[in-house]
Design a protein around this ligand. Structure first.
Ligand code: SME
Length: 154
């Protein structure tokens, strides 16, 4: 089981004071991908002109654009809520990027009072993510929001 407190601290130490959004998101995706077991994808989609566009990630190539309200990622934006999906095949409208993905967790990230990105994590294992992951990744999302706050375009 991932020590999310430690992961959040490592992330803060890594990105704090680094004035480069893409570099920080890239390192964050790598840190998360290697800190958690049984993942096949971990990364970011960024809000650009009203839709989600693929950002830095670890894993296989993925879909480039996702409309708000579509898929797990677009639903996380539309609802402005974490989406915990134990079985992607049971999620209406799930967008399959890597056919290996069986479960998924998506957290919206905020800046200036709005959703600016999502953190998307996929696993080839059914029901890989639970409440403990949701809470722990909430710590990670809070660090990203805090440390990246000055780097998003207004
Ligand atoms: N499955 C996501 C699409 C992104 S990939 O998982 C990397 C979705 O339904 O939004």
């Amino acid at each position: 089981m991932t020590n999310y407190q430690e992961l959040a601290e490592d992330l803060a130490a890594m990105i704090s004071g680094v004035p480069h959004l893409v570099a920080n998101l890239s390192n964050a995706s790598a840190l998360i991908f290697h800190a958690m077991d049984d993942l096949n994808w971990a990364g970011f989609y960024l809000m650009e002109e009203g839709k989600l566009v693929l950002g830095p990630f670890q894993g296989r190539p993925a879909c480039i654009e996702i409309a708000v309200g579509k898929g797990v990622c677009g639903t996380a934006v539309a609802a402005d809520r974490l989406q915990l999906v134990p079985d992607v095949d049971a999620f209406p409208g799930h967008i399959p990027c890597d056919g290996a993905s069986r479960s998924e967790i998506v957290l919206p990230l905020h800046a200036n009072g709005r959703v600016v990105a999502v953190l998307d994590i996929d696993s080839p294992r059914l029901a890989r993510f639970g409440e403990e992951d949701a809470v722990g990744l909430g710590l990670v999302a809070a660090v990203l929001e805090r440390e990246l706050a000055p780097l998003w375009q207004a």
